[in-house]
Ligand binder design. Structure first.
Ligand code: NAD
Length: 353
């Protein structure tokens, strides 16, 4: 067996249904907090207010200004409220954007975080934070960033629109795919990653046909947890780096970009990652994992072409240049011709080769 190092992130997880009414208060009490602050986006403010109704035993406040890409000015504004209300615990109710805000505040204050994810992005399970300042997104990792408690309540995902469910779910699968061929890959994380892919690949098609199907939603949320855990435990490679570069350079939407790039990134690495291909194939019931991921996206009605997200064709040159400027570890060597081919196929929406 290949030697490995495995570090477990300490986190307490509650998973189930109808948890908002009791589990959140239970966790706030367990932490010993008295003045929790609920964080949401403007779109999910009413969900935050509903949660506050279950927390009347505490001096609860709400900040509903969470935004995409965790802008530092939003964090500083929220921190003024944190100081004024003497907040002693953060409750993030939402997707990666809201959880990112809680992480950014926790990084600066070391406040306890209770994350209640409502998408499949997986940020709640990682000690990683990406923040934006003056148009530049930087990523860092610290134990302070990792939420101490995660509450997965399937009921909160029922309202996630099918289109976003599809791309958010494939965004999660991307964490597991790259975790399987990570430089830090290890047997425990590989088990978790494979099971995460299996749960999402079976849950997503069912929930797209029937968004209120709780069993399918539970499967997808369970998969999202496993895939997020993978992202939090091992380093990523070309797929995540390309998506980061594309998002930053052309302001492309996060989960849609992941959905488009994933089959092509896996095809690029395929000759070097036979064990990962075998495991992904086993989880998805296929012997052509890159094509199966492309077909999964198509069958869910998700976008498959970067041009449809508004990226200009000449943007391919910029991404190639960025990739060679900030080189990183990847199982397959970075070669300009192959990279250009990957990006062109993803831009046009062709199947991976
Ligand atoms: P998001 O949090 O930006 O949410 C998108 C929109 O959907 C928001 O308007 C939100 O309010 C709404 N929404 C969320 N859940 C909903 C629900 N159940 N019903 C109805 N509407 C809902 O999207 P995301 O994809 O979860 O997060 C993307 C962000 O997370 C990116 O900035 C990305 O960089 C970050 N991220 C970070 C990590 C990490 O480990 N640091 C991991 C994954 C993603």
């Amino acid at each position: 067996m290949t030697p490995f190092v495995y570090t477990a992130n300490p986190v307490r997880v509650q998973f189930g249904s109808d948890l908002l009414k009791t589990a959140v208060a239970e966790e706030v009490t367990r932490i010993g907090a008295k003045r929790p602050m609920i964080l949401t986006t403007p779109e999910q403010e009413s969900d935050g207010r509903k949660l506050a109704e279950y927390l009347t035993a505490f001096e609860c406040s709400i900040f509903h200004g969470a935004r995409m890409h965790t802008p530092v000015d939003t964090t500083l504004r929220a921190m003024e409220d944190v100081a004024r209300r003497q907040t002693d615990c953060l409750i993030a109710l939402g997707g990666g954007s809201t959880i990112g805000l809680a992480k950014a505040i926790a990084l600066r204050t070391d406040l306890h975080q209770i994350a209640i994810p409502t998408t499949y992005a997986g940020s709640e399970a990682t000690p990683i934070l990406g923040e934006t300042e003056n148009g530049v997104k930087t990523t860092q990792s610290s134990p302070r960033i990792q939420p101490e408690v995660i509450i997965y309540d399937v009921d909160l995902t029922l309202s996630l629109p099918p289109a976003l469910s599809a791309t958010s779910g494939i965004n999660a699968i991307a964490h597991a795919v790259e975790g399987l061929y990570s430089k830090q890959a290890n047997p425990i994380i590989s088990l978790i990653a494979e099971e995460g892919i299996r749960a999402l690949a079976s849950g997503l098609p069912q929930l797209i046909n029937d968004p209120a199907n709780k069993e399918a939603r539970s499967n997808a949320l369970y998969g999202a947890w496993l895939c997020g855990t993978t992202l939090g435990a091992v380093g990523m490679a070309i797929h995540h780096k390309l998506c980061h570069a594309l998002g930053g350079a052309f302001d492309l939407p996060h989960s849609q970009t992941h959905t488009i790039i994933l089959p092509h990134a896996l095809a690029y690495n395929a000759p070097y990652v036979s064990d990962a291909l075998m495991r992904i194939g086993r989880a998805m019931g296929t012997d052509n994992a890159p094509l199966a991921l492309y077909e999964l996206a198509r069958s869910l009605g998700a976008p498959t072409a970067l041009k449809d997200l508004g990226m200009p064709r000449h943007g391919i040159d910029r991404i190639v240049e960025l990739t060679f400027r900030n080189q990183y570890w990847n199982p397959a060597p970075l070669e300009e011709t192959r990279l250009r081919g990957l990006l062109l196929r993803a831009w046009e929406g062709q199947p991976p080769v």
